[in-house]
Write a protein that binds this ligand. Structure first.
Ligand code: SF4
Ligand code: SF4
Length: 380
């Protein structure tokens, strides 16, 4: 089976220029009418992880959301914008991210994902009880609007990972707990969600991306790119090509290869991969080595291999959001400050995602550092 991914350049978040770039990227895939029919209920799912201003590159930029709302309305669709932020309400998060102003101006409702239901199609390979939000299942068309960012658990957060937000609020914690420290189990959950939702269209906001300590505290980096595809998995693979890393470096891609759900052939339209390559991109420190180590050995070498969250006390404002977001309650405020119980910690890095001050970072275990150096010399 074949799929297509379009790559279009756009260096600015000027609303008119972004709209032009969105039109070009979707026209290359056959035009908006190939995805939306008049009267369709169209759910736009941006990355609204956390309430930060658009310049921080934590959330999908409001110009992208605005452009897509306009295109959906022009095509006769009925748009809404929905997500389930990691901390705080959708309205407050969208307000800070500049998306509420867009929604109000365009007459487009904001919908908080807070109605977990079991989907009628329960194809989950690992867990059969994966609850998705009712709003997502009710939509005729889902348009996925991820941000191009790094992620300490999954390396990058792109098209497939963005759909994790379709699991309502506290249920996300539960799935982190179930996946435990195993990145591959977490990737299996992400792939299950992707296979249930199957968004019709994915548009990646790569005008400004995030490198380093993502998904919340990394550095914004101008990339000048918008990618679009009817197949989020193909889009994620093309991003790996742009970054010059193996497609299987992204653990969700690897799981998809194993499941045989990956498309055999991907047509790249618009810019060529060769001409749009991204150099000197800083990847995050990963929570675990990215190669196969037998489970028994992994357990024995747990602390030496696994990375762990650490705190920079001088940046901490004592808001306690990290504590609230920790699924196994492995983080507690004591007299001397915040203390991690690494025996309980499942290395999900929800605390890092939740911290508004970038006070939590990932520290590699000593064996992981050694193996990483060796791995870098050998290459991907
Ligand atoms: S301390 Fe942080 S990384 Fe560890 S389990 Fe809690 S939220 Fe996850
Ligand atoms: S580490 Fe971050 S999230 Fe935790 S209390 Fe400090 S500022 Fe708040």
């Amino acid at each position: 089976m074949k799929s297509s991914v379009s790559i279009v350049r756009c260096q600015t978040y000027d609303e008119g220029k972004v709209l032009d770039a969105l039109r070009r990227s979707i026209d290359l895939l056959g035009g908006i009418h190939s995805f939306i029919k008049r009267g369709d209920r169209v759910l736009l799912k941006p990355n609204l992880l956390y309430g930060r201003s658009p310049e921080k590159a934590v959330t999908t930029h409001p110009s992208i959301v605005r452009g897509m709302v306009q295109m959906v309305q022009e095509a006769g669709g009925i748009p809404s914008i929905g997500d389930s932020p990691s901390i705080g309400s959708l309205i407050k998060t969208a307000e800070k991210a500049g998306i509420k102003a867009v929604a109000d101006k365009m007459g487009c409702p904001l919908v908080e994902f807070d109605k977990p239901v079991l989907p009628p199609k329960r194809g989950g390979k690992i867990f059969k009880q994966l609850e998705i939000d009712q709003t997502v299942l009710d939509a005729d068309v889902v348009i996925n609007l991820p941000k191009f960012k790094t992620h300490g658990l999954t390396l990058l957060t792109l098209g497939v990972k963005n759909l994790f937000g379709c699991i309502p609020g506290s249920r996300k914690m539960l799935w982190h707990l179930k996946a435990g420290e195993d990145r591959k189990v977490f990737a299996q959950i992400l792939m299950d969600i992707y296979e249930i939702i199957q968004p019709s269209l994915t548009i990646l906001d790569g005008i400004t991306g995030m490198e380093g300590n993502g998904p919340n505290s990394g550095r914004p980096i101008p990339l000048g790119l918008i990618l679009a595809s009817g197949d989020a998995l193909s889009l994620d693979q093309i991003v790996c090509d742009l970054l010059g890393i193996s497609r299987k470096s992204l653990i969700t891609n690897r799981v998809a290869f194993e499941r045989g759900t990956i498309k055999d052939e991907i047509d790249v339209l618009g810019e060529k991969v060769r001409g749009a390559k991204i150099s000197d991109f800083q990847f995050p420190t990963l929570s675990q080595p990215d190669w196969n180590i037998p489970r028994f050995l992994r357990k024995a070498l747990r602390n030496a291999l696994a990375s762990k969250p650490v705190i920079e006390e001088e940046r901490c404002n004592a808001c306690n959001r990290c504590e609230e977001s920790c699924p196994p309650k492995a983080l507690n405020r004591k007299e001397k400050g915040l203390v991690f119980d690494y025996g309980k910690c499942i290395r999900c890095f929800c605390c890092l995602e939740a911290c508004p001050e970038g006070a939590i970072s990932i520290k590699s275990g000593w064996a992981l550092k050694l193996l990483d150096r060796r791995h870098q010399r050998v290459g991907n």
